[in-house]
Design a protein around this ligand. Structure first.
Ligand code: PEP
Length: 245
């Protein structure tokens, strides 16, 4: 399976900082892995123009294809401007915009209908981990967020423990492998043998300093990276770690 590394710029960046993407596109033009940068919506078109062989994606979409939803963006619009992927159900959206598993499920389905590859985010909070509820929370999120009608050849799972995002904290290798193995098993049960090829990404404080050891873990097919994706020099170290697996 091809590995995938995703940069999530969140609500950061500017026209000027798109030069970071230009640098990455030059440096990694013949990469053996898929490299995707999910920029804020206003920068999708200019980012696409300079991205070369890198993929450009969005950070959210609406459940409807069009209509009276002021301020929202539809999956079809993202597809129209040649975005390839869309992040769905990031924990920041689940928390700040009350996004439920049901909403995530609807968004992921319409993203696929619009020919986008949804990156469906799941992950436990610190108190859920401390109370040993991690696997039951992950199970519930997988059941609720993945529609059985999803095409297994074009969606990605991102396991992102909420407590690891932007904190510098990272689960142990055993903990990451346990959750990724659990996800793989669930996907195989739901989608059959083709689920071997569904990319399962780890996200949460991935840096150049820990990328190599995370990418060596079983069922870790890449990463979703926040702050360390903003500067080309930082992100390149992570990209190279995944290229060298
Ligand atoms: C994220 O935004 O999904 C993320 C993992 O952020 P960070 O890498 O900064 O923890």
């Amino acid at each position: 399976m091809k590995k995938l590394v995703v940069g999530n710029w969140k609500m950061n960046g500017s026209i000027e900082s798109l030069s970071e993407i230009e640098t990455l596109a030059t440096r990694h033009h013949d990469s053996t892995i898929d490299i995707l940068i999910c920029v804020p919506a206003p920068y999708l078109v200019p980012a696409k123009q300079i991205a070369g062989s890198l993929y450009i994606g969005a950070q959210d979409c609406h459940t409807a294809s069009q209509g009276a939803y002021t301020g929202d963006v539809s999956a079809y619009m993202l597809s129209d401007i040649s975005a390839s992927h869309v992040i769905i159900g990031h924990s920041e959206r689940r928390a700040a915009h009350n996004e439920t598993n049901t909403l995530v499920r609807e968004k992921a389905l319409i993203a696929q209908l619009a020919d986008l590859c949804p990156i469906i985010c799941i992950g436990e909070t610190l108190s859920e981990r401390e109370n040993e509820h991690t696997l039951s929370v992950i199970h519930e999120q997988l059941i609720g967020s993945l529609d059985p009608n999803l095409n297994s050849s074009s969606f990605v799972i991102a396991y992102e423990p909420v407590w690891a995002i932007g904190t510098g904290l990272v689960p142990s290798e055993t903990e990451i492998e346990e959750v990724h193995g659990f996800c793989r098993q669930y996907l195989l049960e739901q989608f059959g043998n083709s689920a071997e090829y569904i990319q399962i990404l780890y996200g949460g404080s991935v840096k150049g300093s820990n990328a190599e050891r995370i990418f060596a873990l079983q069922n870790v097919d890449g990463a979703l990276v926040g702050s360390a994706s903003l500067l080309a020099d930082d992100f390149s170290v992570i990209i190279e770690a995944l290229e060298n697996v």
